[in-house]
Design a protein around this ligand. Structure first.
Ligand SMILES: [Zn+2]
Length: 424
């Protein structure tokens, strides 16, 4: 159990390093590690790796098979280990350093890293370079405080989270680098705010519905079957028959924002006929496809979720002539939920109470993140997300993060690490 004195020493190290931490966060934000396509990953990994090395971590750069990715955009992950007594607890802090493209609507340079009015600006400041830097400086504070460590610390910067995490955390877990044999607890500093701990997320089901028609001359549409026209009743059925049912289902998981406690359905994309083709030829559209994003609740389960969609499609098929649809699964992520009473959750709760002076709120995420790979592939149940920044600003124009929150969350993580691996 950490003493008040060791807590004091760790916290004062966080404060002493504030400027250094902000400077490092700015440098991370200024590197446009945009995904897709996955730019500047080597530079991003190097920046993080150099920082970890200067803190005495043993650093590895780890890349999946390069033949699976375009050679101009190599996938590079970085892991730093500060080995303690082998029988001790190991805590792993993981952050992704890829960011989504800036998109339109910015009123400033998306990669400025500028600090103005107490906020650090730029793509990734909240999701989640601010959090990754906070994790690194939390570990740094512990090491610099001179407190005895009874366990090991590991920090990783990984890629491709925004596109599924397959070359990042999933790959590290498959390689045995991030598994329950080596690691006891994982904190992922995604932006849930300084007093919230995220223990999991709902399930994800991406699927494609294809409408199959018959090609014909555009001047004689009665001789073909128009796939686009036949997709209309599907969209209508989803809107009027499925959506109202989904809106009534609520999970017991504390998903934030509250609207996301329901089952949801989003139309991601639609493509039909000669969309995008130049020039057009006079043809009846014989093909149309739509991609849907269905978020399902642990209470619904995947099998029921899929079955409900399949049977609705068969119904709509029967309700009109010449309708033919196929359903294809694109991605399934099952819900994950860390045990709410683990040593990890307790350590973060204690630290939040100490630093923020308010009881922690346990939440679940509206979207999925790398926790799924840590748990499902790595077999590590004790994994939560805790980090600075407002979830609502992630992927938005003018993304920014409060500097105070960066420092506060660093203190929280540092105290939690002290409780988990610190000696007396
Ligand atoms: Zn993120």
């Amino acid at each position: 159990m950490p003493t008040a004195d060791s807590q004091e020493r760790v916290l004062s190290q966080v404060e002493a390093a504030t400027e250094e931490q902000i400077d490092f966060t700015q440098r991370l934000v200024r590197l446009p590690t945009v995904n897709p396509p996955g730019r500047h990953y080597r530079d991003g990994a190097r920046l993080i790796g150099d920082q970890l090395q200067s803190l005495g971590f043993e650093v590895d750069y780890l890349s999946p098979d390069p033949s699976e990715h375009p050679s101009e955009f190599p996938r590079v992950n970085v892991v730093g280990l500060r080995q303690g007594p082998p029988e001790g607890t190991t805590v792993h802090l993981n952050g992704h350093f890829d960011v989504v493209p800036p998109g339109d609507g910015w009123t400033r340079d998306p990669f400025s890293g500028l600090v103005e009015n107490g906020r650090l600006h730029g793509r990734g400041s909240a999701d989640m370079k601010g959090g990754l830097a906070a994790a690194i400086f939390a570990a740094a504070a512990l090491l610099r405080s001179g407190v005895r460590l009874d366990g090991s610390l590991e920090v990783s910067g990984t890629v491709d989270e925004e596109s599924g995490g397959f070359a990042g955390v999933a790959w590290l877990a498959e390689q045995g680098r991030l598994t329950s044999e080596r690691v006891d607890h994982v904190i992922i500093p995604e932006p849930f705010g300084v007093d919230r701990i995220c223990t999991g997320h709902r399930g994800v089901y991406w699927f494609k519905v294809e409408s199959h028609g018959e090609i014909g001359h555009g001047s004689m549409p009665f001789l073909g079957v128009n796939a686009i026209e036949n997709l209309g009743p599907v969209l209508e059925a989803f809107r009027t028959r499925l959506q109202p049912k989904l809106a009534e289902r609520r999970t017991a998981m504390p998903v934030v924002p509250p609207e996301a406690r329901r089952a949801t359905l989003n139309i991601n994309a639609i493509l039909g006929g000669q969309a995008g083709m130049e020039p057009q030829t006079p043809c009846v559209a014989d093909h149309c496809e739509v991609i849907f994003d269905r978020r399902f609740l642990p209470e619904e389960g995947f099998e029921n979720t899929r079955e409900e969609i399949e049977s609705l499609l068969r119904q709509v098929e029967e309700e009109g002539p010449q309708r033919r649809y196929t359903l294809t699964d694109l991605m399934v992520v099952h819900p994950v939920q860390a045990p709410p009473d683990s040593a990890l959750t307790r350590a973060l709760q204690n630290a939040i109470l100490e630093v923020v002076e308010t009881p922690a709120t346990l939440v679940a995420s509206p979207g999925t993140y790398d926790q799924k790979h840590v748990t499902r592939i790595g077999g590590i149940e004790s994994c939560v997300a805790y980090g600075p920044g407002e979830l609502e600003l992630a992927h938005q124009p003018d993304e920014s993060c409060s500097v105070d929150d960066l420092v506060t969350s660093t203190k929280v993580m540092a105290l939690a690490l002290l409780e988990l691996v610190g000696g007396d």
